[in-house]
Write a protein that binds this ligand. Structure first.
Ligand SMILES: Nc1ncnc2c1ncn2[C@@H]1O[C@H](COP(=O)(O)OP(=O)(O)OP(=O)(O)O)[C@@H](O)[C@H]1O
Ligand SMILES: [Mg+2]
Length: 351
């Protein structure tokens, strides 16, 4: 287990080229769960591979528990890395696969067997220990990859680069549960790379949202949901995306014309203003509606109904318990707790 610290870390694949990872500082606590979330090409794997030692960063340092490991190769970092495609030794049994890192370390057979059995039990692979690894399903193979990382008792962190992509949705949920159990039981630091926001938000205590080589926001799932620092995060996190309506400055306030949406405007705030709120934070209302518009579409998500409302300022989406009885063409009003409203200048959160 280790605290991982990234100090003014940055990476360019070629000298003078563009940054695949722009300079950043980060501290991940020992035993924590983290997710790197962002679209393809944003630098997630680059960051993970720098931590594991597969890539040497062009700038900055990586520290494990205060020790500078930037120049250490992968083996010396005691990192277990699980990739999108399971890595297994095809000619070995499941048990041999799981025990292989211990063979390399020269661990005596009796202790090795005990560790392998314990890990297999934890991963639900006990019945498969003597089977050829090659004969397993994709998700079982991924469990074996993971197990090989866990079998050593000196692992500093487990880094997972989209390990759930090959797995069907049902199994994904199960594997995520196992990962969290392992984290709780062994206290091992885990960093999961994903471009799936649900995966990130349900797995990690802190989600690092990245875009074009930059960390846009790092925070708890709740922070990201309640106070997105940029419109990009507001749109990327949550489904449906956060609502944003263009606002104008009117006597010390940012106001969405034709609505009751308004927020105090900090001194000197400029032109490209918008007000944002979550579909979950608005409710259908008549008497105290702050805006009303025409229902254009409705769809169901589990026990909720998502209602799209057209207003001259833009389209608004609202999440309500199913059974509203609304149909397209109806007029609907919405109300909102003012504390839920956020003000953005250009792309960035102001208040
Ligand atoms: N070996 C390399 N040489 C040069 N450029 C690279 C190399 N690997 C990645 N890049 C570039 O660095 C940037 C970040 O890539 P990276 O693989 O870290 O993204 P990612 O977020 O993991 O994407 P994905 O979700 O597709 O895996 C991209 O612009 C990519 O093209
Ligand atoms: Mg990647």
């Amino acid at each position: 287990m280790a605290e991982i610290r990234l100090e003014t870390l940055a990476h360019r694949y070629s000298p003078g080229g563009t940054y695949a990872l722009k300079p950043l500082d980060m501290i991940w606590r020992s035993g924590g769960t983290y997710a790197l979330l962002g679209p393809s090409g944003c630098g997630k794997s680059t960051m993970l591979n720098i931590i594991s030692g597969l890539i040497r960063p062009s700038e900055g340092r990586v520290l494990f528990d205060g020790q500078d490991v930037t120049a250490f190769d992968t083996g010396r970092r005691r990192i277990a890395q699980v990739f999108q495609v399971p890595v297994i030794y095809r000619s070995m049994t499941v048990g041999q696969n799981l025990g292989f890192p211990l063979v390399c370390q020269g661990v005596p057979a009796a202790h090795r067997r005990k560790r392998v059995e314990a890990i297999a039990e934890r991963l639900g692979l006990t019945g498969a220990l003597n089977r050829p690894a090659n004969a397993l399903t994709a998700d079982q193979k991924q469990l074996v990859s993971l197990g090989r990382g866990l079998v050593r008792d000196d692992v500093a962190a487990i880094l997972l680069d989209e390990p759930l992509t090959v797995i069907d949705p049902q199994q994904k949920f199960e594997l995520r549960r196992i990962l969290k159990e392992i984290n709780a039981e062994f206290g091992v630091t885990m960093v999961l790379v994903t471009h799936d926001q649900t995966e990130a938000m349900t797995f990690a205590e802190e989600v690092i949202v990245m875009n074009t080589g930059e960390v846009v926001q790092a925070g708890s799932p709740r922070d990201l949901f309640e106070r997105p620092l940029t419109r990009h995060v507001g749109s990327f996190i949550g489904a449906p995306a956060m609502n944003f309506l263009p606002a104008t400055a009117q006597g010390g306030a940012a106001v969405v014309p034709g609505t009751g949406l308004s927020m105090p405007l900090p001194e000197g705030a400029g032109s490209a203003l918008s007000l944002g709120f979550r579909p979950e934070h608005a409710r259908l209302a008549t008497a105290d509606a702050i805006l009303s518009g025409t229902v254009t579409r409705l769809w169901f998500e589990g026990l909720d109904e998502i209602i799209a409302i057209r207003h001259p300022a833009g389209e608004i989406r609202l999440r309500a318990p199913a059974g509203t009885g609304l149909v397209p063409g109806d007029t609907a009003g919405i109300a909102l707790d003012p504390g839920r409203l956020r003000l953005y200048l250009d792309d960035r959160l102001m208040a």
